[in-house]
Ligand binder design. Structure first.
Ligand SMILES: *Cc1c(COP(=O)(O)O)cnc(C)c1O
Length: 385
């Protein structure tokens, strides 16, 4: 008997996205240009305005440009949670600075604010909180710590669109710079892409210059402003991080759907939570009171009394055609990051990693697909059907 397989993630690309990309392809302008300018404007508007949005070709690029614009360099230290994707720490190394890993709070899965001050030294320049799975970090407390120690905040919001802290949208919730991801399996996608958001015009200007080779004006202006024309200066050894209009055309449509995508995911989460309430599972942490969660990922942890370990649980689901993932193996366990945390221990992240698994959650998921995931999980964990 063949079983229907359910992927961990499937993007939601509709006819509007296909039409928008086709129109861009037919327009004759493929690289950074009018679609990207419109996408940046729409993104800033989506966040309620008052910030500049700088489109780039990944969140990794946005994180890199954000730290660069904050002036992080050799000898500096940047505080990063150990439970994150490697990109969060890797960009610190791009600039020759040192990532300092901090353990998470096992109940929120975000960096533990109570452990940050012990990690701050004379060299600490910035904090990089990650809104894990789309659940906002306690930005009020993080901002108070940053202000007390004169640190900047660059938040990794790769999971967190849309989300808010105490009614204030991510991107304006206390960070100096915020990085969003439009990678294929994020909450909205441009295939590959990212956005740097800041209210500081100097940071935005530096990021705009550095995203395109250190050229002092955008490609679009360079090719459309008849006076500027071929005259441009290069003011720094920049990077090649600009976003193509093909991607921005897709992003413009996806952004219009971002709120409804969020509501769909929240509905699926409520359905999972209800279906799993009697199982030996630790369900994903709810947002703090007054916060809004993007529900990018649905991460459960197998409780101590579960009849099966995490690794076998994943294999069993796979045998039954259900895709899962693990977010994440903590950075301190990775070869490249071990030398940066000698002597330190991260018991909370180790515990979460030993028992966590991410279940399928995506906008295009049908009730029937979710019911099958639920039935298999209940079957494996001994729930009454
Ligand atoms: C996906 C992700 C990134 C990197 O995003 P890209 O757009 O692929 O560069 C960074 N941090 C976290 C937490 C992520 O999940």
């Amino acid at each position: 008997m063949s079983i229907e397989s359910i992927p961990f993630f499937r993007p939601s690309i509709g006819e509007d996205e296909i039409a928008a990309v086709t129109e861009c392809l037919r327009s004759g302008w493929l690289t950074t240009g009018p679609k990207t300018a419109a996408f940046e404007k729409a993104f800033s508007d989506f966040l309620g305005g008052g910030v500049e949005a700088v489109a780039v070709n990944s969140a990794t690029a946005a994180l890199h440009l954000g730290l660069e614009a904050l002036g992080v360099g050799p000898g500096d230290e940047v505080i990063v949670p150990t439970l994150t994707f490697t990109a969060t720490a890797e960009v610190v190394r791009y600039l020759g600075a040192q990532p300092v890993l901090v353990d998470i709070d096992a109940t929120t899965l975000c960096i533990d604010p109570g452990r940050i001050e012990a990690a701050i030294t004379q060299r600490t320049k910035a904090l990089m909180p990650v809104h894990f799975a789309g659940r906002m970090c306690d930005m009020t407390t993080l901002k108070a710590i940053a202000d007390k120690h004169s640190l900047r905040i660059l938040d990794d919001a790769a999971h967190a669109l849309p989300a808010h802290h105490q009614g204030v949208t991510v991107g304006k919730a206390g960070a100096d710079v915020t990085a969003f991801s439009f990678y294929a399996n994020k909450t909205m996608t441009t295939g590959e892409g990212g956005m740097l958001v800041t209210a500081d015009p100097a940071i935005a200007a530096r990021a705009r210059t550095m995203r395109l080779h250190g050229i002092d004006r955008d490609v679009f202006n360079r090719f459309t402003d008849p006076r500027a024309g071929w005259v441009y200066d290069v003011v720094a050894p920049g990077f090649k991080y600009n976003l193509a209009d093909i991607a921005s055309a897709l992003g413009l449509v996806q952004l219009q759907r971002a709120e409804s995508f969020g509501r769909i995911r929240a509905g699926r989460v409520a359905r999972y939570d209800a279906a799993f309430s009697d199982l030996p599972l630790i369900l994903p942490p709810k947002p703090a009171d007054g916060d809004g969660h993007s529900w990018h990922l649905y991460i459960v942890q197998l409780a101590q009394d579960a009849p099966i370990g995490r690794d076998d649980f994943i294999l069993t689901l796979k045998e039954q055609g259900i895709g899962t993932s693990v977010h994440y193996r903590p950075l301190h366990q990775m070869t490249v990051w071990k030398p940066f945390c000698e002597g330190a221990t991260f018991p909370q992240a180790d515990l979460v990693f030993s028992r966590c698994v991410t279940l399928p959650l995506f906008m295009a998921m049908t009730d029937a697909e979710q019911d099958r995931v639920i039935a298999v999980v209940r079957g494996v964990l001994g729930g009454r059907s």
